[in-house]
Design a protein around this ligand. Structure first.
Ligand SMILES: [Zn+2]
Length: 135
């Protein structure tokens, strides 16, 4: 996978602004590349420990991406204090098989970023993917 530097920079900025809450958003791109990150609201009841993408933001983001010839290839969210690995909540609530899930951890500096694909073979089964940052 390739991840555009501008997308990563946008995600880092969003994660820092959202502290102590988790931030979340959409990953836009094409099959092997994440080109942009699009912010969405986190409407979870306990936003410091979980995320729930605002459905209206999700809908609008998909529509806008399609208009520009991009796909929603996955989602990102932040872990303000824990590692960049899926939490039990993440595993229980992940529902988009074959989509990418990017997690950014602010527990370390510089932030740690990990990319996963949700396998549809088992509930909450995330496969870690290597990625390179590109322009
Ligand atoms: Zn999480």
């Amino acid at each position: 996978m390739r991840v555009a530097r501008v997308a990563l920079q946008s995600i880092v900025a969003h994660a820092r602004e959202a502290v102590p809450a988790e931030c979340c958003g959409l990953l836009l791109g094409r099959d092997t590349a994440i080109l942009e990150a699009l912010r969405t609201r986190n409407i979870a009841d306990e936003p410091a420990s979980r995320f729930l993408i605002d459905p209206q933001d999700h809908f609008n983001g998909r529509r806008d991406a399609r208009r520009r010839g991009l796909d929603v290839v996955g989602f990102y969210h932040s872990h303000p204090r824990s590692p960049a690995t899926p939490s039990e909540t993440d595993r229980a609530e992940a529902s988009y098989a074959d989509h990418l899930y990017l997690i950014i951890s602010l527990a370390v500096d510089p932030p740690d970023v990990a990319l996963f694909r949700l396998d549809d073979g088992g509930r909450g089964n995330f496969l870690r993917l290597p990625f390179v940052t590109v322009r």
